[in-house]
Design a protein around this ligand. Structure first.
Ligand SMILES: Cc1cc2nc3c(=O)[nH]c(=O)nc-3n(C[C@H](O)[C@H](O)[C@H](O)COP(=O)(O)O)c2cc1C
Length: 305
């Protein structure tokens, strides 16, 4: 079940996605932190952030809208309070999601993390749709993205994964820019900008009015974006968007992903990530797949020579 990318070696390709798994430690009694491939922390900023006002989560048909607004404890508290607790799980692979309003903020967070032990890689969040500055502003602007990734790569002493926004005209263009600027891997997708209105009250259902859509509703679009991105760049791609079952994960691997991330599914079933590890293992056994890594990019199109 082992997969390798960007200098990392994961026991399996199933990763808990940012913003849906706390800082990892909160899940210690629910999920085997050393049994899943890795987990990504909530996006961390230079200073703590309170996030947006409620309501900031609402269920929709086949998905979920959120506009959390990057509420987080800040990088210093993570390093001083959460990381020491994670030492109880020395084999857990911790990927830290990094957020900033400005390039200097991203670099400052990375520099603070560089000094800390127990982190496998960084995931640069250039794709949050729920903040007014930073986040998606970088992921949707080719020049800004190139500059930020180059600076982050120079600052980082660990592998750098760049998490892209699907809210762009060409996600493959953004992926190519990130790769050229030094990204070691690409992860996608973050949530799709969306909204919900209560017809009775005639009011938006989310305080922020707009929000990000995740969950099964986005899976087919995410799959297409992962497929196109994996063909466009030579660095590894981590795929996500609506993965709930082992078959969903297999589809993303076949589309070209080296590993997958699981987000919203953990809201419906907090054990989802570990369940997926077991499900993927069984799927591989029943389909006589000896190495899960062999599935990556394995989709065949028989009518194309
Ligand atoms: C409540 C919530 C909070 C999230 N917070 C973050 C975040 O802090 N940083 C980030 O890069 N992505 C964040 N995401 C996006 C997820 O990591 C993931 O990219 C997205 O939800 C699509 O995957 P899914 O359909 O499996 O949830 C968040 C998603 C949700 C639902």
């Amino acid at each position: 079940m082992t997969v390798r990318f960007a200098g990392l070696e994961l026991a399996n390709p199933v990763i808990a996605a940012s913003g849906t798994f706390g800082y990892g430690i909160e899940f210690e009694e629910i999920v085997g932190l050393e049994r899943i491939g890795a987990f990504v922390t909530k996006g961390l900023s230079r200073e703590p952030m309170a996030g947006n006002q409620a309501p900031r989560i609402v269920q929709t048909a086949s998905g979920m809208l959120n506009a959390i607004g990057l509420q987080n404890i800040g990088v210093a508290d993570f390093v001083e309070k959460k990381l020491p607790e994670l030492k109880r799980y020395p084999k857990a692979q911790v990927i830290v999601n990094v957020f900033g309003y400005k390039v200097e903020d991203y670099v400052a967070v990375i520099e603070r993390l560089n000094d800390a032990a127990g982190i496998a890689a960084y995931e640069l969040n250039v794709s949050c749709p729920n903040v007014h500055e930073g986040g998606m502003t970088f992921g949707a602007d080719p020049g800004a993205l190139e500059f930020l990734v180059a600076k982050a790569k120079t600052a980082a002493t660990r592998p750098l994964i760049v998490k892209l926004s699907p809210n762009v005209t060409s996600v493959t263009q953004m992926a190519r820019i990130a790769a050229l600027a030094g990204a070691d891997a690409i992860s996608l997708v973050n949530t799709f900008m969306a909204m919900a209105i209560d017809a009775e009250t005639r009011q938006p259902m989310i305080r922020n009015v707009t929000a990000g859509l995740s969950g099964p509703a986005i899976k087919p679009i995410a799959l297409r974006m992962v497929y196109e991105t994996a063909k466009a760049v030579s660095i590894p791609v981590l795929g996500m968007g609506g993965i709930v079952t082992a078959e969903d994960a297999v589809e993303f691997l076949l589309a070209g992903a080296t590993a997958v991330q699981v987000g919203t599914a953990s809201y419906a079933d907090p054990r989802a990530v570990e369940r997926l590890v077991k499900g993927l293992e069984s799927w591989c056994k029943s389909h006589h797949v000896e190495r899960v890594a062999s599935l990556t990019g394995g989709m065949t199109i028989p009518w194309q020579g």
